[in-house]
Design a protein around this ligand. Structure first.
Ligand code: ASP
Length: 297
């Protein structure tokens, strides 16, 4: 693995190896290798709290040199293309790029870039490190994927998290279902759409998604009614009560409390939302280490 662009490029064996390595970093069973001679730049053209900061911590734990790149003060503001920006960083000696961009599959334009790229999210396309940290969290809980029922609720059409997770969880043997307002369904993905209330007491995992207002038109934003959405597609206390004893709740965050999930459920006993964030840092360490190890070899 020299890049991580999409979950569709990873085999289930590679996924298992990454999860194992991340778990070993987390438990202390594996020492943190140090890459003091390597430079990394984080290029975030879309907002981020968790992904950017957990990459930053992961990079520092691995001893990498952080190349200070601010999209707001770079020549991107003068119209420089993403390709030219990346080529420049490659020429200067950066070894690894972490990129988040609003354009789907932006990485297709970066074929001629020789340094490694980790996709930190491309538009509504893919978010591979989120999917891997979700898989790690699920594995920690259930120790298997085969036969697990996963309900993903919300803005499926605009969610890179839904797309990445549908692909990888299905490949690992889980059964993935979607629940979504008609206008945010995307039939090209392949999972069946179900009524949340009909399956809520049978699923092992409920994954709530944030409504992606930034990818909606202004009319869609104006017509959105948070209260209705919460009643129809959110995790309410009533639905929480119907969950199986062993079921867990996930959300990639940022969470809109009271919309996708009732405020008081964000840290309820079944919630693994902050566990996902904790795992994300170790998972990103595993991805960076695997890529840099392969480049050496
Ligand atoms: N943080 C996730 C992402 O970047 C989920 C979200 O923003 O809703 O896709």
């Amino acid at each position: 693995m020299r890049n991580l662009l999409s979950m569709e490029h990873l085999t289930t064996t590679e996924i298992a190896q990454l999860i194992r390595k991340a778990s070993e970093f987390k438990s202390g069973a594996r020492p943190f290798p140090q890459y003091n001679d390597q430079f990394v730049a984080n290029l975030f053209f879309e907002n981020s709290t968790r992904t950017k900061s957990s990459f930053l911590v992961a990079e520092q734990k691995l001893g990498l040199n952080l190349f200070d790149f601010e999209t707001s003060t770079s020549s991107v503001q003068k119209g420089e293309s993403l390709y030219d920006t990346c080529k420049t960083l490659e020429s200067i000696g950066v070894n690894l790029l972490v990129i988040r961009h609003s354009e789907n599959a932006y990485y297709d334009k970066l074929d001629n870039i020789q340094i490694s790229i980790i996709n930190g999210g491309d538009g509504s396309g893919q978010h591979p490190t989120q999917s891997l940290l979700d898989i790690m969290t699920i594995h920690e809980e259930f120790k298997r994927f085969e036969g697990l029922k996963v309900l993903i609720c919300g803005d499926i059409k605009n969610s890179r998290v839904a797309r990445s997770n549908y692909h990888s969880l299905t490949a690992l043997g889980a059964e993935v279902m979607f629940s979504s307002p008609q206008e945010w369904q995307d039939d090209s993905i392949g999972a069946p759409y179900v009524d949340m209330d009909e399956v809520i007491d049978q699923v092992d995992i409920v994954m709530l998604l944030r409504v992606q207002h930034e990818r909606h038109g202004s009319e869609e934003v104006d017509h959105f009614e948070a209260g209705h959405y919460h009643q129809d597609f959110g995790l309410t206390p009533e639905r929480y009560q119907r969950l199986q004893e062993s079921a867990i709740i996930m959300h990639p965050a940022p969470v809109n409390r009271g919309i996708e999930i009732a405020d008081e459920l964000v840290e309820a006993p079944k919630s693994r939302i902050f566990k996902q964030m904790e795992n994300g840092m170790f998972l990103r360490m595993a991805v960076i280490d695997t890529i840099l190890e392969n480049r050496k070899g």
